[in-house]
Design a protein around this ligand. Structure first.
Ligand SMILES: *[C@@H]1O[C@H](CO)[C@@H](O)[C@H](O)[C@H]1NC(C)=O
Ligand SMILES: *[C@@H]1O[C@H](CO)[C@@H](O)[C@H](O)[C@H]1NC(C)=O
Ligand SMILES: *[C@@H]1O[C@H](CO)[C@@H](O)[C@H](O)[C@H]1NC(C)=O
Ligand SMILES: *[C@@H]1O[C@H](CO)[C@@H](O)[C@H](O)[C@H]1NC(C)=O
Ligand SMILES: *[C@@H]1O[C@H](CO)[C@@H](O)[C@H](O)[C@H]1NC(C)=O
Ligand SMILES: *[C@@H]1O[C@H](CO)[C@@H](O)[C@H](O)[C@H]1NC(C)=O
Length: 310
């Protein structure tokens, strides 16, 4: 009896929680805005060609995969926003973990990142004049999923659905742990520190990229994989962050306040920065094949955006 009553209730509820599977709008906007200013001239040009309506403005389209995943036509994409790992293991393994809920391999956020990178790489190779794929969609998916894989709770435990089933209070308001990491931390930070303005917050993150993190940027961007993109180490970082910061002291029913907020905010800000740097590095790699890895690292070691090899 209970079971059939619960089922329809759940599916109705699901319609009303569209923000629960990805950085919220703000997080994706931030990742893509940070990436945009790090693109090479060639990558900027390619992005403009692929996004004619928004005139190459990446941050205008980075939430698109969240907007469409509820539609019948796109429902199959909803499992590509995250990857579930075994409970309490605190590690990630592509072969073990990257599958959807019915076990189909490669259907998870890291699989999707490989997929859409590959589509853009082959589509942008002048020797292949025809592609079967819509590269505008490939770019929007790739930009979104690189953001998602940096949200720690998108690479987290299976049973609690990445913190979605862990009910907590964020200050006085009832929410769940996943939503705290998607949106609540960012929104509280905007109110408390950044004049309620996301662009002010992004500028503060960008400022840290030239100071606190300036020596880290080139290792963030370091990706020597033959696949031109490195989602596996990024996912491994996320599950570590989930265990060390997101789940810690956030048991079901707990109230999260200043202590949690102030200690986790720097983690969120660093993940947004890393997502932005890596999205830019990936797009630059796809659209501006570098002569060598060392050139790429030199470029990201000096993060002032400059036209590359014109
Ligand atoms: C890019 O798009 C965002 C979101 O639509 C908008 O707020 C921003 O002003 C746009 N930026 C430019 C340079 O057009
Ligand atoms: C790869 O992209 C194509 C085109 O969008 C899609 O049909 C396919 O399901 C995708 N696979 C994965 C693993 O993302
Ligand atoms: C472009 O495609 C051709 C033919 O498929 C391949 O031989 C070449 O290595 C590709 N170039 C790049 C840069 O991927
Ligand atoms: C590619 O996808 C975009 C977004 O879904 C759509 O607006 C556009 O018409 C598509 N292009 C083609 C050639 O199908
Ligand atoms: C900038 O770095 C400092 C020092 O690590 C850190 O305390 C602060 O939270 C960071 N701010 C942002 C916006 O990332
Ligand atoms: C980049 O990564 C490769 C492979 O993991 C490593 O051997 C190399 O030392 C790294 N380089 C830098 C500058 O971090």
């Amino acid at each position: 009896m209970k079971v059939w009553w619960i089922k329809p209730t759940l599916s109705i509820l699901i319609l009303f929680i569209p923000a629960t599977l990805g950085w919220g709008k703000e997080g994706h906007y931030a990742t893509c805005k940070i990436a945009q200013s790090l693109l090479t001239e060639e990558a900027t040009k390619a992005v403009k060609e692929l996004l004619p309506e928004s005139e190459g403005n990446l941050s205008a389209v980075c939430s698109w995969p969240d907007e469409i995943k509820w539609m019948n036509k796109w429902r199959w994409t909803s499992e590509l926003h995250y990857v579930d790992t075994p409970d309490f293991r605190c590690n990630y393994d592509y072969d073990r973990d990257c599958h959807d809920s019915s076990g189909v391999k490669d259907r998870c956020v890291t699989g999707a990142i490989y997929n859409y990178t590959e589509q853009l790489v082959t589509g942008y190779n002048a020797s292949n004049s025809v592609t079967n794929y819509n590269l505008t969609e490939a770019l929007m998916f790739l930009s979104h999923y690189i953001g998602d894989v940096h949200q720690p709770l998108h690479v987290s435990f299976t049973t609690d659905e990445g913190g979605n089933t862990i009910t907590v209070r964020w200050y006085k308001r009832k929410t769940n742990l996943h939503h705290v990491w998607d949106s609540d931390i960012i929104e509280s930070a905007m109110k408390t520190f950044y004049d309620k303005d996301l662009n002010v917050m992004i500028s503060a993150i960008e400022k840290n990229m030239t100071t606190t993190w300036s020596n880290d940027i080139s290792s963030w961007a370091n990706c020597t994989s033959a696949e031109e993109v490195c989602p596996d180490p990024w996912a491994s970082e996320s599950i570590k962050c989930s265990c060390n910061y997101a789940y810690r002291n956030a048991t079901p029913g707990s109230t999260l306040g200043d202590e949690y907020f102030l200690s986790r905010l720097p983690v969120v800000e660093m993940r947004l920065a890393q997502g932005g740097v890596r999205l830019a590095a990936t797009l630059n790699q796809i659209f501006t094949p570098y002569a060598s890895v060392s050139q790429k690292l030199a470029y990201f070691g000096n993060i002032q955006p400059k036209p590359h090899m014109t």
